[in-house]
Write a protein that binds this ligand. Structure first.
Ligand code: GLU
Length: 276
């Protein structure tokens, strides 16, 4: 069986020990399987992406001893792909315009406390109301309609499954509510672009942190709706900071650059993240 996996960082900060764990787990798995390892730059959020972080990704991964295939796909250069994927959902009436503000959405969620998490559900406005808002230039987001997805897929909606390290898992896209697929200032969401690229790049194994475990429940629905192949999922433990919370961009001391400057070696990094 072919094995293709990837590491898909966003250039919004320096890579830290958590990224090292993700990248090396995927790289080692590809190596062990005699498979391929892909690096993808997820920079669709151009308001947060910075070129120095982008350059640092390449430097830091090479320092760790990771080798990737060229050319590297940079999502900001392929926005038309994601727009086309969005368009195909819109044409099949699987997405709707949502004109609500963040505050209105938060209020709508708060008024439906029996619905878990931060999920939101809605539907398209009546055509005349929508036309008036468009005419007035009101901003909107495109949301995936779970109701329409359910109607389109029929019983298959309820039998969606995916494989992860725990075995076969029944997908529960309802966990997410009607997710935002695109916004005026943000023409494609992470979910849409990531699912699209994993398929385009022939990724057979998505290996990433536990913090993205829930994302698989939505991603397999998007794969089904967009008629894309479904990869296998593997989630790894998270690296925690001294405060016991997941390492984040604010933990400067844990960046690979800071560790390198302090004289640590790639083997030291492996030891710290438990991958020696
Ligand atoms: N760009 C995402 C991140 O940096 C990667 C998510 C994924 O691996 O699917 O968190």
């Amino acid at each position: 069986m072919s094995f293709v996996t990837r590491f898909a960082p966003s250039p919004t900060g320096y890579l830290h020990l958590g990224h090292a764990l993700s990248a090396l787990t995927a790289f080692d798995a590809a190596h062990a399987a005699g498979g391929r390892f892909i690096l993808r730059i997820e920079d669709i959020d151009q308001s947060r992406a910075r070129s120095e972080f982008d350059a640092a990704i390449f430097e830091d991964l090479a320092w760790l001893g990771i080798a990737w295939e060229e050319p590297v796909r940079r999502q900001s250069e392929h926005m038309a792909d994601y727009e086309a994927a969005l368009q195909s959902l819109i044409e099949r009436n699987l997405a709707y315009r949502c004109f609500r503000t963040r505050k209105e959405i938060a209020d709508a969620i708060a008024s439906a406390p029996h619905e878990a998490g931060e999920m939101f559900r809605g539907e398209a406005l009546p055509a005349d109301e929508e036309a008036a808002k468009l005419e007035a230039g009101e901003a909107f987001a495109w949301r995936l309609s779970l109701k329409k997805a359910r109607a389109a897929l029929g019983p298959a909606y309820f039998t969606l499954v995916f494989e992860d390290e725990t075995g076969l898992v029944r997908a529960e896209p309802d966990k997410h509510g009607d997710v935002i697929l695109a916004r005026k200032d943000f023409p494609a969401s992470y979910h849409l672009a990531s699912v699209w690229d994993d398929a385009l790049q022939g990724v057979t194994h998505v290996i990433r942190g536990e913090d993205l475990r829930d994302a698989a429940h939505l991603h397999v629905l998007l794969q089904k709706l967009l008629e894309l192949p479904q990869p296998v999922y593997r989630h790894h433990r998270l690296m925690l900071g001294e405060d016991g919370k997941r390492l984040a961009k604010r933990d400067a001391a844990a960046t690979l650059r800071a560790l390198r400057d302090a004289g640590k070696t790639p083997d030291d990094v492996r030891a710290v993240i438990g991958l020696s």
